[in-house]
Design a protein around this ligand. Structure first.
Ligand SMILES: C[S@@+](CC[C@H](N)C(=O)[O-])C[C@H]1O[C@@H](n2cnc3c(N)ncnc32)[C@H](O)[C@@H]1O
Length: 164
């Protein structure tokens, strides 16, 4: 199991994140930009590192017809996502370690992800981006809401303090 998979398989870590997930500064602005980029004709989306399915729930709140596949490795997150989508047969929640190649999932109109891919090693991020490209339909889009390395130590300290 990869390091990130181990880290997130710890229930305490997963629950600690879920407790603060709503409080991350400027999150709603980022999510709103992501939502704006999903093509109007999108029918099928993939969310790698879905957590409790937050992003899919957000998308389906405005686009209920969209079908979604959610991937995660944390048992706590998978349980929570499955509970959220228990009555929604248009969402499939699948256990998958993103450090491994994506399973065969067919094609998507959008691959969306938030605050998950940074947990992977740089080399794996790069190969995952290639796999994402390969499973997108010709007009498909990849939307990744992430925090990235800060350009200076001071800014990074400010960032860490802001997200607690
Ligand atoms: C900070 S949470 C974000 C969850 C969700 N996308 C959100 O925005 O609320 C990071 C998520 O990535 C998942 N994750 C981390 N490493 C992973 C891996 N190697 N394979 C699959 N999921 C992973 C964690 O289990 C967790 O659900």
């Amino acid at each position: 199991m990869s390091r990130s998979a181990k880290e997130w398989s710890n229930a305490q870590n997963a629950l600690a994140y879920l407790n603060v997930a709503d409080t991350l500064p400027h999150r709603s602005e980022g999510e709103s930009v992501l939502l704006d980029h999903i093509p109007q004709n999108a029918r099928r989306i993939l969310d790698p590192g879905t957590g409790d399915g937050r992003l899919i729930r957000l998308i389906k709140s405005i686009r209920p017809e969209i079908e979604a596949v959610a991937l995660d490795i944390s048992p706590t997150m998978l349980k929570s996502a499955r509970e959220h989508f228990a009555n929604d047969s248009t969402v499939k929640v699948i256990e998958h370690d993103l450090s491994q190649p994506l399973p065969d999932l067919d094609y998507f109109d959008a691959v969306v992800s938030s605050f998950a891919i940074h947990h992977l090693k740089h080399e794996r991020k790069q190969s995952l981006y290639e796999e994402v490209y390969d499973i997108l339909n010709p007009t498909g889009i990849f939307c990744n809401l992430e925090h990235v390395a800060s350009p200076s130590v001071e800014l990074h300290i400010g960032f860490l303090s802001a997200i607690g």
